[in-house]
Design a protein around this ligand. Structure first.
Ligand code: HEM
Length: 137
């Protein structure tokens, strides 16, 4: 078994489950936990962990290339724009999930719902950008 392939696969497993957590968590909190603050709060922890996992595993995918080839993947144009879009979504998603955990106890249910919709949008945009990164690389 190649150590390089194993490293990519392990990082990709974390990355795939992180994507499932940020998309599924935000969608679930919006539509399945409406009005249930306790359940939304648990889900906010899952979503926060998911965004952190995406940033860490995404950076690991780049670091593995650096380790084995001495350089980052040579991407440009649409692929580079898609990567930066994912990075921006990860920063905004992590910050918003952290803000939710810190402040949402004082928010109205409508404000919480708006935050979940925004978290859903960030996750959906990042997941869509992943396809452009993959096929324009
Ligand atoms: C700091 C943020 C991120 C970085 C640095 C990053 C980086 C990467 C890299 C380098 C790849 C491998 C691309 C390839 O070689 O094909 C990848 C794949 C992928 N990323 Fe990310 N990513 C980030 C955030 C996200 C987020 C937030 C999501 C989804 C919500 C996501 C979903 C995916 C998926 C689904 C793939 C696999 C695409 C495929 O092979 O079809 N990423 N990412």
């Amino acid at each position: 078994m190649s150590a390089e392939n194993l490293a990519y696969a392990v990082a990709q497993v974390v990355h795939n489950f992180g994507a499932a957590a940020v998309v599924g968590g935000a969608v679930g909190a919006s539509w399945l936990a409406a009005g249930d603050f306790g359940r939304q709060r648990s889900t906010a922890w899952l979503v926060l962990a998911g965004w952190a996992a995406q940033a860490a595993s995404g950076a690991s995918l780049g670091a593995i290339s650096l380790h084995y080839y001495g350089q980052l993947p040579d991407i440009h144009g649409v692929a580079l724009a898609a990567l930066w879009l994912k990075v921006a979504c990860a920063i905004a998603g992590f910050a918003l999930a952290a803000l939710w955990l810190w402040r949402a106890a004082d928010w109205s249910e409508a404000a919480r719902r708006r935050a979940w919709r925004l978290l859903t949008a960030l996750a959906v945009v990042a997941l869509a950008a992943a396809a452009f990164l993959r096929w324009f690389s």
